[in-house]
Design a protein around this ligand. Structure first.
Ligand SMILES: N[C@@H](CCC(=O)N[C@@H](CS)C(=O)NCC(=O)O)C(=O)O
Length: 226
């Protein structure tokens, strides 16, 4: 096996990279580095101190050689390494749209769900802290409707995925973040956001995500409500 992925499997960014690998049939060794207690020299691999980082042993075995920081850079590399199935649409505009949805997931959704929900009622309690349901519920009530309404509009053409008939990097990145919401016990109101709700179920039933969710459940135990 030539690929090592450094990062906690509960990170949505690690989940995104692993989903891409599973969709492409790529295998990797997972080294569960925590960004909050990293190994010596971690900043040489991850200049921003974040996870995930990928190492391709065929490129470099030690230090920063053969490593890539940032889930988006890693996913672009995986696409070049294993072009099929394609996760970046062939059409130039659809390709760029898919990258935009990835960016939207990695910034807007990551901040809203990560800080407002995931840390307050899942990871905090997993580490012995009291859950903060007030913050989580306020996030769902006040912050997420705008994101859900935006995503709902993106399915106006009635395509099964964000940028066409096949799932792309945008679909995977958004799903990787929304799984955190589902672990916390919150969902998408199908009456208010029907296309988004159906799309999410479609994404969650893909073998890549069912296997990752099964692993999450094992790690989270009763802290998962999914
Ligand atoms: N843009 C980065 C974001 C990665 C990220 O924020 N990872 C979090 C864990 S979910 C992290 O490492 N946080 C530690 C920190 O920011 O110090 C990517 O796509 O890989």
């Amino acid at each position: 096996m030539d690929l090592i992925l450094y990062g906690s499997p509960l990170s949505p960014f690690v989940r995104k990279v692993r989903a891409c690998m599973l969709e492409k049939g790529l295998d990797c060794e997972l080294d569960p580095v925590s960004p909050f207690d990293p190994p010596d020299g971690w900043r040489k691999l991850s200049p921003l101190g974040r996870i995930p980082v990928l190492r391709d042993l065929a490129v470099g075995k030690e230090g920063p050689d053969g490593t890539l920081a940032d889930s988006s850079a890693i996913c672009v590399y995986l696409e070049r390494l294993q072009p099929e199935p394609r996760l970046y649409p062939a059409d130039p505009f659809a390709h760029a749209r898919s990258v935009w949805y990835e960016e939207y997931a990695d910034t807007e959704l990551a901040v809203r769900i990560g800080f407002g929900i995931w840390r307050t009622v899942v990871v905090g309690p997993l580490n012995g802290q009291e859950p903060d349901w007030d913050t989580a519920e306020a996030t769902v009530r006040e912050k997420l409707p705008r994101s859900f309404a935006y995503l709902e509009e993106q399915f106006a053409a009635d395509t099964p995925y964000l940028t066409g008939t096949e799932p792309g990097i945008g679909d995977i990145a958004v799903t990787a973040q929304l799984i955190g919401l589902r672990h916390a016990g919150f969902g998408i109101d199908a009456a208010a956001y029907p296309r988004l709700a159906v799309w999410l179920e479609r994404m969650l039933s893909r073998p890549s995500f069912t296997s990752l969710i099964a692993e999450d459940r094992e790690r989270l135990g009763s802290h998962s409500r999914l």
